[in-house]
Design a binder for this molecule. Structure first.
Ligand code: F3S
Length: 443
C-alpha cells in the first residue's frame, strides 16, 4: 500500500535507540510511507532523541528545529530520551508537533493518525520511573547494516551510576522474551544476516525479571546459538561482573560466540569508581579479564573510559592509565566527562577543567593506539576467517574488507571478482601484512 507520503528519520544516541529508529522506520514503511534521507523534503520527520549529556539535549533540539525548517508544513515527531526527560519543554517548542516518550514508540502510527484527525499537538510520555513497565515489543525484519544485525534484547537500568541519566530516561530493567528475540533472529537469518550483536541498555541485567522461570542471559545466548544461518554472535557492552568462570566456560563451548568482549570499565582507579557508583574494583575487573583469557585464546577485550570525572586527580588518572596498560585492552572508547544536569556527578565538587580532560584524553588515545597496534600484530602470520562487508580503496586498489571474530579489520584483494558477490561471504586465509595501520591483508 502506497500513501504518497514521505517520511525521514534521524537517530541520536546509542545502539538501542538506533534499533528503535529502524523499528519505527519499518512501521512507517509497512504503512506505505516512502522513506527518504533526513536532508530531503518529507511530510513526516521523526527525530529519535538522546539526553545522555547536556550537549545531547542541545543536539536533539537542533535536529527537531532543522526538520521543521526543511518543511514548515511537515509533522515533526520528537521521540525518545530527550523528550522523555524534558516533556514540558518539548510540548512548548513550536517546531515539535508530536512528542513520544520511551516505551511508546510502537504507537507512532496511531499518534500520527490522531494528530492528522485533530490537528492538535499531542504527546504520549509516561512516568517511566514510577510506573512498572513491560518490555516494549518492537520488531525488525531487516536492518540498515547488511552483514551485522543489532538486536535489542533488554531495556532499562537499575544501576544509577552517578554520572548517568539513563535510568531516568529508560526506567527499570525489563527483558525481551527469548521466544520473541528468537523469532526476530530467525527472520533476519532467513534474510541472509550471518552476524548478530545483542544490545541493551544494561545487557548484563538480561533475565533478572525472568528469574522465576530460570531464564538468564546464558539461556538466551544458547537459544540464539542454535539458529541456523547465524554464524557469529557478539555482545554490546557488558559489566565486568557478568564474567564468571561458569559464564566464560559455557560461552567458550559455543563456537559462534566471537571472542570479542566489551567491558564497560569507566575508570581504572577505585576511588573514582566509587564516586561513579560502579559496583566493582579494578582488581575484580582484572580478574574477569584473566578469566576471559583463560577460556578464549587471545580474546579481544575492549572498554570505555571516562576521563576527568569530578574529583579525578593527576594521581588518580595515572592509576587509571597504568591499569589500562597492565590489562592491555584492544580498543578503548575514551570519553571526556560531560556534565548532565540532574545527575549526582553534576553536583559534585572539584569538576575537572576542560583543558585537563583534553590532555588526559590525548594520553589515553595515544596508549590505545599503541595497544591496538600490538594486539593486531599478534595475529600476523595466523590463519583467520573474515566476514566481508564493504569495498575500500587502499593505495589506489579496491579491496574488500571485513572483520575477524576478534574484530580485527582485514582486506582481501579482488583479483577480478565483483565486490557485490563477495559481500556477506566468509573467506579464510593468512594475515600476511599491514595494508594500513588498521587494516591487515588476508590472502
Ligand atoms: Fe542517549 Fe537514551 Fe541511549 S539518553 S545514550 S538514547 S538510552
Amino acid at each position: 500500500m502506497k500513501i504518497n507520503k514521505k517520511a525521514a528519520l534521524h537517530n541520536l544516541g546509542c545502539k538501542v535507540n538506533a534499533y528503535e529508529t529502524e523499528a519505527m522506520q519499518q512501521i512507517l514503511e509497512n504503512a506505505g510511507y516512502e522513506i527518504v534521507p533526513f536532508t530531503e523534503y518529507a511530510d513526516v520527520y521523526v527525530v529519535n532523541t538522546c539526553s545522555v549529556t547536556n550537549m545531547a539535549d542541545r543536539k536533539s533540539r537542533q535536529m527537531l528545529h532543522k526538520a521543521k525548517k526543511m518543511n514548515p508544513d511537515a509533522i515533526v515527531v520528537g521521540a525518545g530520551c530527550y523528550v522523555q526527560t524534558k516533556e514540558a519543554e518539548a510540548l512548548l517548542d513550536d517546531t515539535v508537533d508530536i512528542v513520544i516518550g520511551n516505551n511508546k514508540k510502537h504507537e507512532l502510527l496511531s499518534m500520527l493518525e490522531a494528530y492528522e484527525n485533530d490537528h492538535g499537538k499531542c504527546g504520549n510520555v509516561i512516568d517511566i520511573n514510577h510506573e512498572k513497565q513491560e518490555y516494549e515489543e518492537m520488531f525488525l525484519e531487516r536492518t540498515a547494516e547488511h552483514t551485522r544485525a543489532f538486536i535489542k534484547v533488554q531495556d532499562g537500568c537499575n544501576q544509577f551510576c552517578s554520572y548517568c541519566i539513563i535510568p531516568y530516561t529508560r526506567g527499570r530493567v525489563r527483558s525481551r522474551r527469548p521466544e520473541d528475540v528468537e523469532e526476530e533472529v530467525k527472520i533476519l537469518a532467513e534474510e541472509g544476516y550471518k552476524e548478530i550483536v545483542l544490545t541493551g541498555i544494561h545487557l548484563t541485567s538480561y533475565g533478572i525479571d525472568f528469574k522465576d522461570e530460570g531464564i538468564d542471559f546464558l539461556t538466551l545466548i544458547k537459544r540464539l546459538h542454535a539458529i541456523d544461518g547465524i554464524e557469529r554472535i557478539r555482545f554490546g557492552s557488558l559489566e565486568p561482573r557478568v564474567i564468571t568462570e561458569t559464564f566464560a566456560e559455557e560461552l567458550s563451548k559455543l563456537p559462534k560466540i566471537c571472542p570479542h568482549f566489551h567491558l564497560s570499565l569507566q575508570s581504572g582507579c577505585d576511588d573514582t569508581l566509587k564516586r561513579m557508583n560502579r559496583h566493582y574494583t579494578c582488581e575484580e575487573c582484572a580478574e574477569r579479564c584473566a578469566i576471559l583469557r583463560k577460556y578464549f585464546e587471545n580474546p579481544a577485550i575492549t572498554t570505555d573510559v571516562i576521563v576527568g570525572f569530578p574529583g579525578e586527580t593527576d594521581a588518580d588518572f595515572e592509576t587509571t592509565r597504568e591499569f589500562l596498560e597492565k590489562v592491555h585492552f584492544y580498543e578503548m572508547h575514551v570519553f571526556p566527562y560531560s556534565r548532565r544536569a540532574g545527575t549526582r556527578a553534576d553536583r559534585m565538587p572539584d569538576q575537572v577543567p576542560e583543558p585537563v580532560k583534553k590532555e588526559r584524553s590525548a594520553v589515553l588515545l595515544k596508549l590505545e593506539k599503541k595497544m591496538s597496534g600490538e594486539y593486531r600484530e599478534s595475529f600476523l602470520g595466523t590463519e583467520q576467517e573474515i566476514l566481508l562487508e564493504e569495498p575500500v580503496t587502499i593505495d589506489g586498489e579496491v579491496c574488500m574488507t571485513g572483520y575477524t571474530k576478534e574484530y580485527v579489520k582485514a582486506a582481501v584483494r579482488l583479483d577480478g571478482r565483483d565486490p557485490k558477490m563477495l559481500k556477506n561471504t566468509f573467506v579464510r586465509g593468512t594475515l600476511k601484512e599491514f595494508l594500513t595501520e588498521e587494516i591487515m591483508l588476508l590472502s
